[in-house]
Design a binder for this molecule. Structure first.
Ligand SMILES: [Zn+2]
Length: 306
């Protein structure tokens, strides 16, 4: 029988899980993993510690350092344009997702910098190149970011009518559709060098793998959902978009980030009119403005001690 997951945490906890039955290992994982989530996330995968992350192929664009003058101040935000380089993401009739993501993230970064010159804005990529999924969160960790925002575009293989925005936080998916979105976004690890070693045999198609992921980000779940709700509200109110709401699923890109983190699906490239909106200057300005407004609201709330 196929071996679905093997987990060894000998050094830190003495725990070892290995199983040949997905049913058994799922049960064990559901019992043990919530406890592990209370420990440091790096115990599960020592290979991913900050000291060993591979820096090649990334571009950290750093701006003015923030002043260290208030305990709750939001000082650093990491902006992540999904996909890039050899990984185009999904595509519409005219555009590739990676290019729309980059346009949106750069516009959002400019809006934040214009209004808040003391905030450090760091991009996981600021041009068209490939960045490993785990490296994106590692960039945020290395820079002690206060917030991680990943922007993507969605796809519906079954219908060109499906449209609207959705914002994800890391968590256990409640519907097959949410799982499908995460699987599609996670599938890129198969294009990464040494992915089997890096992700310790993580199989993007395994239900157990998403349960594993869902237990991370536990400490930041409330803040992440709060920010995600502000984004979806702003999409509805300010950009008059159809909002499909805040959802949870197991996205690898959010896995290792040790701060509030969201992944925004800014619209469906498989819907022709939404594709036209996403690639238009007006549409991109509305989307990035709506995210910025949510960011501002969240920042004010955090800094007020909420
Ligand atoms: Zn994507």
């Amino acid at each position: 029988m196929k071996r679905f997951w093997s987990l060894k945490i000998i050094k830190s906890t003495g725990i070892q899980i290995s199983a040949t039955s997905p049913g058994i290992v799922t049960t064990v994982a559901l019992l043990v993993l919530p406890l592990l989530a209370l420990t440091t996330p790096d115990v599960l995968s020592p290979v991913l510690t900050q000291d060993t992350v591979r820096r090649s192929g990334t571009q950290e664009t750093e701006t003015t350092p923030a002043a260290d003058d208030a305990p709750n101040q939001l000082r650093t935000v990491v902006l992540d344009a999904g996909h890039g380089g050899k990984d185009p993401g999904t595509h519409g009739r005219y555009v590739k997702e990676k290019n729309i993501n980059l346009d949106l993230i750069l516009q959002l970064g400019r809006k934040i910098k214009n209004k808040h010159p003391n905030i450090r804005v760091i991009y996981t990529r600021s041009s068209d190149h490939f960045v490993d999924l785990y490296e994106r969160g590692a960039i945020a960790n290395r820079n002690r970011a206060d917030l991680f925002i990943s922007i993507h575009c969605n796809a519906s293989p079954s219908s060109s009518q499906v449209n609207g925005t959705e914002t994800y936080t890391l968590g256990l998916h409640k519907t097959q559709r949410n799982l499908d979105v995460a699987r599609r976004e996670n599938a890129v690890i198969l294009q990464e060098k040494n992915y089997q070693q890096t992700y310790k045999g993580f199989d993007p198609n395994s239900p157990l793998a998403t349960i594993m992921l869902a237990n991370y980000q536990h400490a930041f779940m409330g803040s992440s959902i709060n920010f995600a709700e502000k984004i979806e509200h702003s999409f509805r109110r300010d950009a008059e978009r159809k909002s499909n709401g805040v959802k949870q699923a197991g996205f690898i890109v959010l896995w290792k980030a040790t701060m509030p983190s969201v992944l925004i699906e800014s619209g469906y490239l498989t819907n022709p009119s939404e594709e036209n909106y996403l690639r238009s200057a007006e549409g991109q300005d509305e989307i990035s403005s709506a995210i910025y407004k949510a960011f501002l609201q969240y920042k004010q709330e955090v800094e007020a001690g909420g």
